[in-house]
Design a protein around this ligand. Sequence first.
Ligand code: PLP
Length: 395
Amino acid sequence: MMDVLLNSGPRRLYFDHAATTPLAPEVIAAMLPYFNASYGNPSSVHAEGRLAHEGLEAARRQVAAVLHCRPQELIFTSGGTESDNLALKGVALAQQGVGHIITSVAEHHAVLHSAEYLAHRGFKVTYLPVDRFGMVSPDAVAAAIQPDTRLISIMYANNEVGTINPIAQIAAVAQRAAVPFHSDAVQAGGSLDLDVDRLGVDLLALSAHKFYGPKGVGVLYVRGGSRLLYQQSGGSQESKRRAGTENVAGIVGLATALTIAEGKREAEAARLRGLRERLIGGVLGSIPGAILNGHPVERLPGNANFCLPDVEAETLLLRLDLLGIAASSASACTSGAVEPSHVLRAMGIPDALAVGSLRLSLGASNTEADIDYVLAKLPAVVNKLQSLKLRERSS
Ligand code: PLP
């Protein structure tokens, strides 16, 4: 049914790469043998098991080459959410008693809810503010550190507005205070430098489906010597830090996707930046009152996020969908009311404006023609919704 829907009618333009990306054909090809001939359990001693084990360890080496770390510093997980959970809970709970955690108000819920979980268990949590661009200040991190701070967790790049945090500076602050530093790099994977030494991070979370790999597989980098308590008990896989038979095909897919993405990262980022700037310029120039959310320069190459006045995101997304444009918004319709995003709120954007947020996240499939199409259609759609709203108000 869905197949029919997606393959018929007008060409679909996908502008939601921050939500997920399609699998690259090379990634599918690399994964296939692990569903067929190399189906063994990587913990088994026989030939079938050894073959799967070789695939798993080759994937680990591939990821390590991109992160410039040692293969044994990597733990494969079920995705970004699990990586973040393992980082926060694993570090916080590795010592007896409770302590203090520093994070920011603009994190993904995988981090925020893990911090909340720890708060319920007696941990103190400092939620640092962000500036109007959604950025965390390294000085604010330094000022928040307490003698019992166990972990600092600040995202590399924001999933909604694309703002890139000064990770290396925050890492330097953490290092001076000898506090472990975790960064949720789920949105940065495939787009930004992931060299863990250049960044200075102690933990780093990635998710394959954000860089043309499969869903349900991620990785957590944990610097050698860091204390981490496993959060999933069972077998002794992943050096006893994450129990459960490894998703070998998924992990091979993650490693292949990351290697491919790293190979073309700079060229692709430059291409996307060019498209993004045209899109931003076009939207701001053609829709009165539209504002760009996030940092004008320190932002993910493919992220464009706007607030459009007198528009409700949900309706806008449906109208765009009918025109073949897949986009998203940070605002969610919960129990009939449109709830503005916690990130936009934290940036000081009034709720009335924040409910009209539109995120267009660009990726491999997008071309200049796609941008032209959006710029040709969006202003009229917005105008239509605004006049409907005006009529609704005056009636
Ligand atoms: N962190 C960030 C910044 C994200 O954007 C996402 C996914 O959107 C996640 C964590 C969760 O990743 P996953 O979907 O792999 O669980």
